[in-house]
Ligand binder design. Structure first.
Ligand SMILES: *[C@@H]1O[C@H](CO)[C@@H](O)[C@H](O)[C@H]1NC(C)=O
Ligand SMILES: *[C@@H]1O[C@H](CO)[C@@H](O)[C@H](O)[C@H]1NC(C)=O
Ligand SMILES: *[C@@H]1O[C@H](CO)[C@@H](O)[C@H](O)[C@H]1NC(C)=O
Ligand SMILES: *[C@@H]1O[C@H](CO)[C@@H](O)[C@H](O)[C@H]1NC(C)=O
Ligand SMILES: *[C@@H]1O[C@H](CO)[C@@H](O)[C@H](O)[C@H]1NC(C)=O
Length: 784
């Protein structure tokens, strides 16, 4: 594929730049004289065109479509197609469908997702997805990218050691769902219908959505499901068996996937490597059918790359390779990223394990998506998006958005006595110290080639004339203390000191989980030593996606401020400078709990979300974790002070007349305490129960600022297995100094005030629910 792909790309370049866009070298399906085929007829429905194309293929041709590297079908004028391109937070180099070796040699490097998530700003998330989509289509037009991308990663950041937690929007299912919806609709170029919370709207796609050109690009909800372990304690992602209860599955692991499909209308779902309760995800018929039957999924299902091979090779789930191929296809996996189906499908058919019609079903899903993408509509240069080119990549608009994202996401964790912001004119000299200061590798994983790569050090140098720099540690692992004396000598000289430390991809990435939450090697010793000799307290800047236990720094008076910048990407130095010097007032909030090092005594393999005191298990994430934390979910400071007022919210909600039959139930718990509830499935008109919570946010300081409003809820009594609290809605607002703003958060009781019981059913407890914003509380009584 690489070769044919390179050929495709070279010929397009020649066409565009030598002969013009209509030249005959350009490779695309349905090019004359092949445009006479029925599958090229844009006046016909997608279904008809897909079926017609399949009917023309031989069995061998069909099998050669079941790989990400789909083979050309020359006699029908169909060129090869590479399904695998990556776009997690900008066009990445990871997939073979992308080439930076052409007219376009770089693309905008947006911050890693965990930092963008910390902005809690739906508009921002959507704008980024739209910008990445524009760059992707531009690269496609130049033969440098495909149309099908394997993003977003919406697994729950369940364990702080997870190497890919950085790729996700964090630990909360509702926030992750919201991110998935914005990313997918923005990237696929669909209009988002309904309000900010389009719950339950448009459960199923209309045929009407399946027009050619209805998809700008294809996004993929991955990795389905309960995938969040790379390599830990003798387990790898290729063979890990995630043991998940029905309750955790329903209220933690599945909601982002459901939202990604139901509201996001994603055209791709990727099944993961791991097993879920014994069954490899790509071989799990119930799991994959749930997406199609219950959620109305209409796209294609791809395996993670080589996840069909691992069914046999790593999991021993089948006795033969042919059985692995058969079980995956029959379960609903439509295409194998990798070559396993390519190599073993023929013998699986010969052995009677697969029928040609099983393959036809897969091809129908695959071609339907390609048809919706307009791939079979003829010359791409003459169609929608055909005018996008290199002028649309690394545009100043996109670079500004990347900077905006980094600034909005950066979290101020500590700021003693308003040590920050600094006044630019008052500063004579700054020492910049640390292993992450002078590196370009600040994009996190799934990064491509950035437009204008710049280190944090360079970004700061543009702001302060007199800077000194010392690495302190030779690299992030920081094996040696040899660099510390040099760092101390510049720390003593300078008026102000910034230490840039934390994690990089040598500590956390794909195939690499951490074992400790402490800063690597001698980093802590470096920070402490620098803080103890500097003239003034220092500012500690932390990089990385996963949380680190920096309780030493939180408690150290010589460390006045701590700022988390995640993997900010190419604009990180500038974003940090704007925050240090008060040109931007930080408003990011942590989208995940920062646990202490003691958390690492629990096995990473334990998928339980809920605490279990009987075995000393503390639970996971802010919803269930009962232990100490370094910083909690939602922590984040501002240079100004905000207050809240709940302006309006109902005090009573009556379900009368809404509940079907005998569905009101009562749970008796120990000690005679009980709980009345109704099954959400039995509430006839959930939508009519929705209400708004009107909140006023008052800025009490003399600095303008953005504030993230997090609305939580708590169910009536202590109910076994209920979360401590859960997010009901969120919004990011901007308030001028000494002024207030209002926001209105839509609450859907069936969706947000419900909890999941041990059988995996959603229940709505009756009685007094508590709505909470910071320390404000409001009681809402739900009656049957
Ligand atoms: C893609 O498949 C073709 C055969 O159809 C093969 O020649 C090529 O090497 C493959 N490319 C990659 C990257 O595997
Ligand atoms: C890019 O192309 C140049 C020659 O034009 C080649 O030397 C180089 O290896 C290519 N790089 C990649 C990553 O393909
Ligand atoms: C699969 O079987 C092989 C030997 O047949 C064994 O080495 C391996 O540990 C088994 N793997 C699993 C996940 O059971
Ligand atoms: C770190 O130290 C270990 C042994 O203590 C050594 O094997 C390794 O190469 C060192 N790494 C670096 C980057 O210096
Ligand atoms: C949310 O993001 C958008 C897009 O970057 C931005 O225009 C808006 O100001 C942000 N909202 C707040 C309150 O920061």
């Amino acid at each position: 594929m690489f070769y044919s792909f390179r050929f495709l790309f070279l010929s397009i370049i020649t066409c565009f730049y030598v002969l013009g866009p209509s030249c005959s070298q350009l490779q695309y399906p349905c090019k004359p004289p092949y445009d006479k085929y029925q599958f090229c007829d844009t006046s016909l429905p997608i279904k008809t065109r897909a079926k017609s194309l399949i009917s023309l293929l031989t069995l061998d041709e069909k099998i050669r479509q079941l790989s990400d590297n789909a083979t050309q079908i020359s006699r029908l004028g169909i060129p090869a197609y590479e399904w695998w391109s990556e776009s997690l937070h900008g066009i990445a180099t990871n997939g073979p469908g992308i080439s930076f070796n052409g007219t376009i040699q770089s693309a905008t490097g947006f911050p890693q997702v965990i930092l963008t998530a910390a902005a809690f700003n739906r508009t921002l998330w959507r704008e980024i997805a739209k910008a990445v989509a524009v760059e992707a289509r531009a690269m496609y037009n130049l033969g440098q990218a495909g149309l099908t991308f394997f993003a977003p990663n919406i697994n729950i950041f369940r364990d702080p050691r997870w190497g890919r937690g950085q790729e996700t929007p964090g630990e909360d299912p509702m926030v992750t769902s919201a991110y998935a919806i914005e990313y997918v609709t923005g990237f696929q170029g669909q209009n988002q219908r309904g309000s900010k919370h389009p719950y339950r709207e448009r459960r199923f796609l209309n045929d009407d959505d399946q027009r050619s050109g209805s998809l700008m690009l294809s996004a993929c909800c991955k990795h389905y499901t309960a995938y969040d372990l790379e390599k830990w304690g003798g387990h790898t992602r290729y063979d890990f068996d995630a043991k998940v209860t029905k309750q955790d599955m329903e209220d933690t692991y599945q909601p982002p996937f459901k939202s990604c499909i139901v509201q996001g209308r994603a055209s791709c779902l990727m099944c993961s490597y791991n097993r879920v309760n014994g069954i490899p995800a790509c071989a799990d018929r119930d799991l994959l059918h749930k997406a199609r039957n219950d959620w109305g999924f209409k796209g294609y299902i791809t395996s993670d790359c080589d996840a069909v091979a691992t069914i046999f090779e790593n999991n021993n789930f089948t006795k033969t390779k042919e059985e692995a191929v058969a079980v995956a296809l029959k379960a609903g996996t439509d295409i194998n990223c990798g070559t396993y189906m390519l190599r073993h499908m023929k013998s699986a058919i010969d052995q009677g394990k697969v029928l040609e019609e099983d393959i036809d079903r897969a091809l129908f899903n695959l071609f339907s998506v390609l048809l919706q993408l307009g791939l079979f509509d003829g010359n791409p240069a003459r169609r929608q998006f055909g005018n996008l080119g290199s002028q649309n990549v690394c545009s100043s608009e996109h670079k500004t958005l990347a900077l905006e994202a980094a600034m909005q996401g950066i979290v101020l964790l500590k700021n003693n006595q308003k040590f920050l912001p600094w006044n630019k004119n008052d500063i004579s000299s700054v020492a910049i110290i640390g292993p992450m200061a002078n590196t370009m590798n600040i994009g996190g994983d799934y990064t491509g080639f950035s437009c204008n790569p710049e280190s944090i050090l360079q970004g700061l140098k543009n702001y302060v004339k007199d800077t000194f720099y010392a690495a302190g540690c030779q690299d992030v692992p920081c094996n040696s203390t040899a660099g510390i004396p040099e760092a101390l000598s510049i720390a003593k000289e300078a008026e102000y000191v910034i230490v840039v430390a934390g994690l990089d991809l040598s500590q956390e990435t794909e195939d690499l989980d951490r074992y400790s939450l402490l800063l690597p090697g001698h980093q802590m010793a470096l920070i402490r030593a620098v803080a103890s000799v500097s003239k003034k307290p220092v500012v500690l800047v932390l990089t990385g996606g996963g949380p680190v236990d920096v309780s030493f720094a939180e408690g150290d008076q010589q460390i006045a401020s701590i700022i988390w910048i995640g993997y900010p990407g190419e604009t990180g130095g500038k974003a940090l400078s704007q925050i240090l010097f008060g040109e931007y007032n930080p408003g990011g909030r942590l989208p995940m709990t920062w646990y202490p090092e003691s958390f690492t005594s629990i096995p990473m393999t334990d998928m339980s979300m809920r605490a279990d005191p009987s075995r000393g298990y503390p639970g996971r994430t802010y919803r269930f974790y009962t232990g100490e934390r370094v910083y909690g979910f939602g922590h984040g400071l501002s240079y100004t002070n905000f207050n809240y007022k709940i302006l309006s919210a109902p005090e009573r909600l009556s379900l009368s007349g809404q509940v079907k039959g005998k569905s009101r139930r009562y749970i008796r718990q120990g000690g005679g305490n009980g709980l009345d509830y109704v099954l959400v499935d039995d509430v006839a008109y959930c939508d009519s129960l929705r209400f708004h919570v009107q909140i006023s946010i008052i800025n009490h300081g003399d600095i303008d600022g953005s504030q993230v409003v997090l609305l939580f809820s708590q169910v009536p009594k202590s109910f076994t297995g209920a979360p401590e609290r859960q997010i009901v809605g969120f919004d990011r607002v901007h308030a001028l100094a000494y002024r207030s703003v209002e926001t209105s958060i839509l609450v859907d009781p069936c969706e947000h005030l419900s909890i999941v019981n041990e059988q995996g059913s959603k229940i709505l407890p009756l009685g007094d629910h508590t709505l909470m914003v910071e320390d404000l509380k409001h009681t809402l009584s739900i009656e049957a």
